[in-house]
Structure formats: C-alpha cells, structure tokens
Design a protein around this ligand. Structure first.
Ligand code: FAD
Length: 448
C-alpha cells in the first residue's frame, strides 16, 4: 500500500470485469475506488446477458404451451401476453441485482463513486469534479452498440433500447448476423412479432461451425423468422406511426422498429486517453500486453474495452488474472483456448473448441462424429425441433478438440463437455463414460 496516493487501485467501470477486480483487490487489503457512470453491474446485468435471457424465457412459452397439449393439458380459451408486465418485472429484477452489486462492493471495502470518470494524468482520475490520485488505474469501461451512418440511421434503435420498449412491436426488422441479432430475432418471433432478420453476409453467426449454423438457420425459418442474407438496408424513413425500410434490392418493408445489432465499439469516449500514452488497436479498442498493461505503465485495461473475447466470464477471468498478477503470488497469463460459448437463439446453440473447418486446418486428420434426433419431449408434443450434436476428434491423439450442439439445454450440456475438453479428454474417455438415461446428453457418450 502506498500512502502517497488516495487509492492503490482506481477502477473505471463497475461491470463484469471492474467489479470483480475491485472486490478482489480490496479483499487483498488494497485501498480501492470504483467509479460507475450508470448502473452497477455493467452491460451484462443491465443491458445484456441477464435481461436478454429473461426475454428468451418469455418467448419460449408459446411452444411449450403447444407441446403441453400432447401431454394431456387443455389450455384456456385465450392466452394473452402482457409486454409491460414482462418489461417491468425484468426491470425490477435488474434493480434487485444492482442492489446486490452495491452490497458486494460495500462489504469488500471498495469505495463506490457514482459518476463518469475521466483520466487527467497517468495516476489521476476525476469524478464529479473531484480529482483522485491512484497508484494504478484499471479501465474496464466495456463497449457500446454502434450504428453505421446512412440515410435515416437515427431512426434505428440498439439492443439497449430493446429492454425498455414502450410497447411490443407488431413487425420488427433486425439488422446484423451476430449472436445479438440472432437472439433478438428469436425473442421477437417467439413473442409473436413478424420478424425480419437482415444481414449483408452469406451466413449468420460466421464465427461458428457452418454446419451447426445451418441447423439454426433452418430452424429459425421453420419457426417463422424471415431471413434476408446478402442484403443491406439503404435507407429508413418515417411511415405513419412506424418505419419504411428500404433494402439494397429495392424491396421496402414497413416495420414498427429497426434494431441495429451490427457491432459494438470500445467505450472510450470522454475517458481522457489523450492525457496518457495509451495506444489503441485499429478498431478503437485499448491495446494491452499479456498482463493487461497498456502503453502507460500505471494503467491497465480489460474486458470488452480491449476486445479479445466479449463475454462476461472472460472479463471476470481477466480481472482475476490481473489482480493475482498485481497483488498476488502467481503471474501466469490467461488462456483464451476452449472458451465455451452459447447463442441463446431458438433453437439454442452452444459450442466449445474448434469448428470442423478450424480442426481441418490444424490437424492432419480429424474424425467427425455427429447425430441428430428428436428429443423425447417432442415425441408427444408437436414440435418439429430436433437435436444436433457434433464431436470433432484429432485422429492422431484421439483427443476431442471440438463439440457443438443445437437444441434445448445446449448451453447447460456444453458447459460440462468444456471441462472434459479442457482436461484433454479423448474420444475413448467419452466412450468409457456411462450415460444418463433418458437424457439428451447421453448421446455424447454413444457417438459412433
Ligand atoms: P461492461 O459490463 O460493459 O461494464 C462497463 C461499465 O463501465 C458500464 O457499466 C459503463 O456504464 C461503465 N463506464 C463506461 N465508461 C465509464 C466512465 N468513463 N466512467 C465510469 N463508468 C464508465 N456475455 C455473455 O457472456 N453471455 C451472454 O449471454 C451475453 N449476452 C449479451 C447480450 C447483449 C445484448 C450484450 C450487449 C452483451 C452480451 N454479453 C454476453 C456480453 C457481456 O455483457 C460483456 O462481455 C460484459 O458485460 C463485458 O464486461 P466489461 O466489464 O468489460 O464491461
């Protein structure tokens, strides 16, 4: 601890990474401040993972209602959906989580400062007109949705707005091909909104295994989403109470909203980076070394603002590594290999390890095992959804190097597979494992 400074560590941004770093550093006896310009918990809690997944749950009920009839249930005459109730219950839950974050930070001993922080010098941060000195500064300011400029782009909205819509649209246009676009397409379609997904590329979710993506793509079509690939929006105009959206092929779609989920940019506006030697990458994210140090020796950065892997558990892991490096006994670097990830599309997609295309490039010979089948739930229900599972094995070592799944509970199942893959399990290990019957996951240990 250094009494020369007001704080040992000053964290800017109380999101996934910043909160974990502040709590850990404080628990090690450091004097820590954390500044937050908006709500505690950051994107994940307030405008990302949590409200998004609550909306996914809400949108899945119509299919469950339909399935229930095959199981003997008779539904009431009218089933209605109340958007305001969902939105407001979600907001109440988020506010509960904000309070938990406040309590966690308070009990850790960190000083929470509500306000936008700006760096004035390499060891000075100002919040609400007060300047604080700190031995070390950590930037964990996350990202912000980005809408490209074109005629009418100011009429488009972002994922941030989706969580607070005054009413549920009847028709929606979603632009983008990444996971946020695909997830919102599933949410709105499930809630009964006529949904158009527009993407300029030739394949949605381009970072994922292409066979797995085509399963999701087809299922989305089957469920009623209209997907326009290799198509761009050229302009948006106001039309009655809604919008008139013109596509590159001159097709015009009238819609209540146009959601742009076309990417996120590092949140560095007004941060005072010009008062430091910090360097940026080409996309505006902050450049750091393997221990998250920026070009300014007293300033570190992690999470979405460094744009390595934009996921909450990654930001948290980066924070844990940094605090161990700064104040702990170990100083190893973080591994970004085999990070499991899910798209809460409908159907759900989850994956860990290499895609088939990546494995082909990395190994001289691979073996692909796959299976698709009707889940037991759907045998009495009327859903056409099937499960698709794909295991990729390096033929030489027999190690499982990738696992991909589409279908119910994919994220829950792949989390367990990720442990096996991280531990270096071989296909023989999978085969030697006894399945749980009847389950979807048992298929993983019987693939031939
Ligand atoms: P953030 O959580 O974004 O926190 C940054 C904080 O810094 C914010 O609270 C911001 O207000 C604050 N801040 C910014 N500038 C200043 C300043 N100058 N002064 C003070 N405070 C400042 N990830 C998953 O793992 N699973 C998911 O299912 C998932 N779904 C997502 C869905 C959506 C719609 C979005 C947008 C993201 C989703 N993510 C998901 C990504 C996840 O939310 C981020 O990877 C994660 O929040 C990054 O954490 P962070 O600490 O880097 O930044």
């Amino acid at each position: 601890m250094s009494e020369l400074f007001d704080f040992d560590l000053f964290v800017i941004g109380a999101g996934s990474g910043g909160v974990r770093a502040a709590r850990m550093a404080a628990s090690k006896g450091n004097r820590v401040a954390i500044a937050e310009a908006s709500a505690l918990g950051g994107t994940c809690v307030n405008l990302g993972c949590i409200p998004k997944k609550l909306f996914v749950y809400a949108s899945q009920f119509p299919e469950l209602f339909a399935t229930s009839q095959g199981y003997g249930w008779n539904l009431g005459l009218s089933t209605t959906f109340d958007w305001n109730r969902l939105r407001d219950n979600k907001t109440a839950e988020i506010q509960r989580l904000n309070r938990i974050y406040q309590r966690l930070l308070d009990t850790s001993g960190a000083t929470v400062l509500q306000g936008k922080a700006g760096i004035e010098a390499p060891q000075q941060v100002a919040v609400n007109g007060t300047t604080y000195s700190a031995k070390t500064i950590l930037i964990a300011t996350g990202g912000w949705p980005y809408i490209p400029e074109f005629p009418g782009s100011d009429l488009a909205i972002t994922s941030n707005d989706m969580f607070y819509l005054e009413q549920l649209p009847k028709t929606a246009i979603i632009v983008g091909g990444g996971y946020i676009a695909v997830e919102f397409a599933g949410i709105l379609n499930g809630l009964g909104v006529e949904t158009h997904l527009i993407y300029r590329g030739s394949q949605l979710l381009k970072a994922f295994d292409s066979e797995v993506v085509s399963w999701v793509h087809q299922a989305m079509l089957d469920k009623g989403v209209t997907i326009h690939l290799e198509t761009e929006v050229t302009r948006i105009d106001k039309h009655d109470n809604g919008l008139k959206v013109t596509l590159g092929n001159n097709q015009v779609i009238t819609s209540d909203i146009a959601l742009y989920a076309t990417g996120r940019k590092a949140n560095t506006t007004g941060l005072g980076l010009e008062n430091t030697a910090i360097q940026l990458n080409n996309n505006g994210s902050i450049a750091v070394d393997s221990h998250f140090k920026t070009a300014e020796p007293s300033i570190y950065a992690l999470g979405d603002v460094i744009d390595r892997v934009q996921l909450t558990p990654v930001a948290i892991r980066e924070a844990m590594h940094l605090i161990e490096h700064l104040y702990g006994e170990t100083s190893h670097t973080i591994s970004y290999q085999n990070i499991p990830t899910a798209v809460f599309s409908q159907p759900e997609l989850a994956t860990v390890g290499l895609t088939e295309q990546q494995a082909e490039q990395q190994f001289s010979a691979i073996q692909v095992y796959q299976s698709d089948f009707k889940p037991l739930l759907n045998t009495l229900g009327n859903s056409a959804d099937r499960i698709f599972i794909k295991l990729i094995v390096d033929k030489h070592s027999d190690r499982v190097v990738g696992c991909h799944m589409v279908g119910d509970h994919a994220s829950e199942i792949i989390q367990g597979v990720a442990i096996a893959i991280k531990a270096g399990a071989t296909k023989a290990d999978f085969d030697a494992t006894i399945g749980i019957h009847p389950s979807t996951a048992e298929e993983l240990v019987t693939l031939v």
